[in-house]
Design a protein around this ligand. Structure first.
Ligand code: XUL
Ligand code: CO
Length: 433
């Protein structure tokens, strides 16, 4: 029985001029750009937690949404799955993502929670046989329940570490069984509220060993997906250890995991860390750890992780430009870690949010592809560094300070400053928006 979205037809591509509210203007899944279908470039996923589990609460008030699937028994969980797959079909989502806690009721014991998850995994598997929607990634919620209030892997209590390890094992098993293409670890409470009660050294060692165990277990069960860490600088904790891409890379190198783990970069988290989204993507790509993205938009005034659906075309374009420059997604994709505003009560609001977000991403990717194909920006970049292509410049990197100093005097080297051409490049980019 699927009723919540009754009366809402599957959303189709109608072109930029259409006036239909629920139509794609830019997202034509079959359109081929840079040798690939748009659907295969973007690899959209729907986030179960925001779209189906979140009740509309904020720090000052509780539930605003009244969803027919809200409840804490297995029947409610199955109804939720039915409605979720109905939305996946309406918007043509190729993927979805979930936490264990989004899809199953919490049991009285760990074993009961695990059995509930396994029952839901079988329920999903049956639905996925009849649907085109696949699993982009699975993950464990190691931050909502009070047992995790002082962290999961980094908890001062070893029993919490054990509970978290058992939970991740169950979620990796679930992800593997459903053919998930990645597994995400977001360290929601892996950080601290106050340094006064925190042993940074122990917590880092615990986190490093925990991640190594996840990688070991992935290989043991033959899970071929990618393990992803999702950086975020703070919120809920005051300071989170997976602060940003650079910090995560340092952590991976410290524990010898830089070839095993990549990053899932979220727009709002990049902004909270004081970076742009495209900076984080470009850095991850240059370090060889770019994996996937959580696509949303932050409110630039609020200082909170507001998780709004993306709608800013020029911003989205710059993110996809870096992704295309890096060769595009492999196992990763575009997961909407975005939620409605709490006054958006109607079924059609949830559909329209995804349609608008998908369209903004498609438009951004199309603009980025045109800019890349035009080649002017990449030529300007290459030209700026052309001096380094000369053999003598490369040889300098293998020499030493004394030899370089001698050459500066013998050749009378006097650098000639050149324009960085920023405004001209910004104008060039805007031609493609
Ligand atoms: C929280 C966040 C999470 C992760 C998955 O800010 O982004 O939803 O994406 O746990
Ligand atoms: Co996220």
């Amino acid at each position: 029985m699927t009723t919540y979205f009754e009366g809402i037809a599957p959303v189709r591509y109608e072109g930029p001029e259409t006036t239909s509210e629920l139509a794609f203007r830019h997202y034509d899944p079959d359109r081929v750009v840079l040798g690939k279908r748009l659907e295969d470039h973007l690899r959209f996923a729907i986030a179960y937690w925001h779209s189906f589990a979140w009740p509309g609460n904020d720090p000052f008030g509780g539930q605003t949404f009244e969803r027919p699937w809200f409840g804490d028994d297995m029947a409610a969980a199955k109804r939720k799955a039915d409605e979720a797959f109905a939305l996946f079909e309406i918007v043509g989502a190729p993927f979805f993502c979930f936490h264990d806690a989004d899809v199953r009721p919490e049991g009285a014991t760990f074993a009961q929670s695990r059995r509930n998850l396994e029952e839901m995994v079988d329920y999903f598997a049956a639905k996925m046989e009849r649907s085109k929607t696949k699993l982009l990634w699975g993950t464990a919620n190691l931050f909502s329940h009070r047992r995790f209030m002082a962290g999961a892997a980094t908890n001062p209590d070893p029993d919490v570490f054990a509970y978290a390890a058992a939970t991740v094992k169950a979620c990796l098993d679930a992800t593997h069984k459903l053919g998930g293409q990645n597994y995400v670890l977001w360290g929601g409470r892996e950080g601290y509220e106050t340094l006064l009660n925190t042993d940074l050294s122990r917590e880092a060692e615990q986190a490093g060993r925990f991640l190594a165990m996840v990688v070991e277990y992935k290989h043991r069960i033959g899970f071929s997906g990618t393990i992803l860490i999702e950086p975020k600088p703070q919120e809920p904790t005051k300071h989170q250890y997976d602060f940003d891409v650079a910090t995560v890379y340092g952590f991976l190198r410290r524990f010898g995991l830089e070839n095993e783990v990549k990053v899932n970069i979220e727009q709002g988290h990049a902004i909270l860390a004081g970076h742009s989204f495209e900076h984080e993507i470009a850095l991850a790509a240059s370090l060889g750890i770019f994996g996937s993205i959580d696509m949303n938009r932050n409110d630039y005034q609020s200082g909170w992780d507001t998780d709004q659906f993306p709608n800013n075309h020029p911003e989205v374009m710059l993110a996809y430009y870096e992704i295309l420059r890096a060769g595009g997604f492999s196992t990763g994709g575009t997961n909407f870690d975005a939620k409605l505003r709490r006054q958006s009560l109607d079924p059609v609001d949830l559909v329209a949010a995804h349609v608008g977000g998908m369209d903004a991403c498609a438009r951004g990717l199309l603009c980025a592809a045109a800019l890349l194909e035009d080649g002017s920006l990449e030529r300007a970049r290459a030209e700026r560094y052309a001096g380094w292509d000369r053999p003598q410049a490369q040889a300098m990197l293998r020499s030493d300070l004394a030899a370089i100093a001698a050459r500066v005097e013998s050749e009378g080297i006097e650098p000639q400053p050149r324009s960085g051409r920023q405004e001209r490049l910004e104008n060039l980019v805007n031609r493609f928006v």
